[in-house]
Design a protein around this ligand. Structure first.
Ligand code: ADP
Ligand code: MG
Length: 394
C-alpha cells in the first residue's frame, strides 16, 4: 500500500526522522492560509499523488506548471495551488495518462547545501533489508544505477538489530559527510531503518535527503510502500489509504478477497493459486499472447468470489478472451463450473472462454459445463489451453 508524501512525513516525525513543517491543503484558500501559518516566507507547494518525479513533471496541457513549486509570496502560493489542484500531473512515473492532483502539501522552504539519495528495500537474495545511499540525490536514481552504479553504496542490516554505528560511519565516509552533519546521520540513518522494519515497509525512499546550510539532515521527500500482507498489524495505517489513487478494478477485487493485478494485455486469466497464475501468464506469453491481468481466486474460492472475478475480468475493455485454468485442490472444479454458469447468466460472455479444469470433482465439473448452454472451448492441458486462448483472442 502506497501513501502520500505528507502522510509519510507525519509518520517520519513520530518516528524521530527529521522533516520540515508543512500543512496539507485541498483548496487554494487553504494553501494560502497554510503559507501564512508557516510564517509567510519561502514555501514549497507540492502536489500529492502516488508517484514521484513531480519536480520535473508538468500539468497536462500546461507545460509551464510543474508539480513542485517554490513560492516567495501568498500570491505565488495561490497561483501554484490553482495551477495544480484538480489538474492532471504527468511525471516519468505516472505514465502518459497522469494522475489527478487532489491535494497540495505546503511546506517550509529549505536551505539545501547537499542533496543525497537514501532508499531501503528488501534484498531477496540476501534475505535482509538493504539501505542504499548515494551522493547523487535529487535526480532519478534509476539513471545513477544504470550509468554510475559505483556511486550507490549499500549496507544490509539485520531487522532485529537495525543499522549499526559502524555502518553509519562507513556510509558517512563514502558520502563525504563530516562534522555536525555526520552527527545528524547517526540519528537519521538508524531511525529510518527502524521505521522500515517497524512498519513492515516494502520500500522507503527519501530522495532527496538533504543536508542543510546549518548541517541538519532532513527528509525532503518521502516515498513509502507498505507490505499489504502485513497491514493487519498496523491498523493505524488504514486511514492513510487513498482509494482514489488505486486502480478501481483492483480495489473491487481486494474487497472480495481476490488477488488481482491489472496488466496491459488482452487475455483475461482466472486461476487459483499464485504459482499457477504465474505459470499461466508465462505460458500465454510463450505462445505469443499477452495476459490482461494476474488473478488468483485463492484456494478456498466460493461461487460469489468467482462470479465477481469474472465480472471484473469482463469489465476490462481490453480483455478479448478469458482463460480459466483451475487445479482443483480445496477449490473444487464444481464450484468453478457453477460460477462460470452463474457468471454467464449475470454478465454474459461476450468474448471466447477457454476452460481447463483438473483435480477435485473434475468429472462432475466438466459435466455441469457440458450440460449448460455456456459457450466454452475445452482444453485438455495447460499448453492446449494457452494455444487455444491465444488463437481465440486474436
Ligand atoms: P519528486 O521526487 O516527486 O520530484 P521532491 O519532493 O523530491 O518531489 O521535490 C523535488 C525537488 O524540489 C527536490 O529535489 C528539491 O530540490 C525541491 N524541494 C522539495 N521540497 C522542498 C522544500 N521544502 N524546500 C526546498 N526545496 C524543496
Ligand atoms: Mg523526490
Amino acid at each position: 500500500m502506497k501513501i502520500h508524501e505528507y502522510q509519510g512525513k507525519e509518520l517520519f516525525r513520530q518516528a524521530g526522522v527529521p522533516v520540515l513543517d508543512g500543512i496539507i491543503a485541498k483548496t487554494a484558500d487553504e494553501a494560502v492560509k497554510a503559507y501564512e501559518k508557516l510564517g509567510g516566507k519561502i514555501a514549497v507547494v507540492k502536489s500529492q499523488i502516488h508517484a514521484g518525479g513531480r519536480g520535473k513533471g508538468t500539468v497536462k496541457d500546461n507545460p509551464d506548471q510543474r508539480g513542485v513549486v517554490v513560492c516567495k509570496s501568498a500570491d505565488e502560493v495561490r497561483a501554484a495551488a490553482e495551477g495544480l489542484l484538480g489538474k492532471v500531473l504527468v511525471t516519468i512515473q505516472t505514465g502518459p495518462e497522469g494522475k489527478t492532483v487532489n491535494q497540495v502539501f505546503v511546506e517550509t522552504g529549505c536551505d539545501i547545501a547537499r542533496e543525497l539519495y537514501l532508499g531501503i528495500v528488501i534484498d531477496r537474495a540476501k534475505m535482509k533489508p538493504v539501505l542504499m545511499a548515494s551522493t547523487e540525490g535529487g535526480v532519478e536514481i534509476e539513471e545513477v544505477a544504470e550509468h554510475t552504479p559505483e556511486l550507490i553504496f549499500k549496507e544490509h542490516f539485520d531487522p532485529a538489530v537495525g543499522l549499526e554505528a559502524f555502518q553509519v560511519r562507513k556510509l558517512c565516509k563514502k558520502l563525504k559527510i563530516e562534522g555536525a552533519a555526520a552527527k545528524a546521520a547517526f540519528k537519521f540513518m538508524p531511525a529510518i531503518c527502524r521505521f522500515f522494519v517497524d512498519y513492515d515497509c516494502s520500500m522507503a525512499e527519501i530522495n532527496p535527503l538533504v543536508i542543510t546550510g546549518d548541517n541538519q539532515m532532513i527528509a525532503l521527500d518521502a516515498k513509502i510502500d507498505f507490505d499489504g500482507n502485513a497491514l493487519f498489524r498496523h491498523k493505524n495505517l488504514l486511514e492513510y489509504r487513498d482509494l482514489s489513487e488505486e486502480e478501481p478494478s483492483e480495489v473491487r477485487a481486494s474487497e472480495s478477497g481476490l488477488s488481482y493485478v491489472k496488466l496491459e494485455g488482452n487475455i483475461g486469466c482466472l486461476v487459483n493459486g499464485a504459482g499457477l497464475a504465474m505459470s499461466t501468464m508465462d505460458i500465454i506469453k510463450y505462445h505469443g499472447g499477452k495476459p490482461a491481468n494476474f488473478l488468483d481466486v485463492g484456494g478456498g474460492a466460493n461461487t460469489e468470489q468467482v462470479t465477481e472475478a469474472f465480472q471484473i475480468l469482463l469489465s476490462d475493455p481490453n480483455c478479448k478472451g478469458v482463460l480459466v485454468n483451475i487445479f482443483g485442490g480445496i477449490a473444487r472444479c464444481t464450484t468453478i463450473a457453477s460460477a462460470i454458469i452463474e457468471a454467464s447468466k449475470i454478465v454474459g460472455f461476450t468474448v471466447p472462454l477457454v476452460v481447463r479444469l483438473e483435480g477435485t470433482e473434475v468429472e462432475e465439473g466438466r459435466k455441469m459445463l457440458a450440460e449448460s448452454d455456456v459457450d466454452i472451448i475445452n482444453a485438455t492441458d495447460i499448453t492446449d489451453a494457452a494455444k487455444k486462448i491465444v488463437a481465440a483472442a486474436g
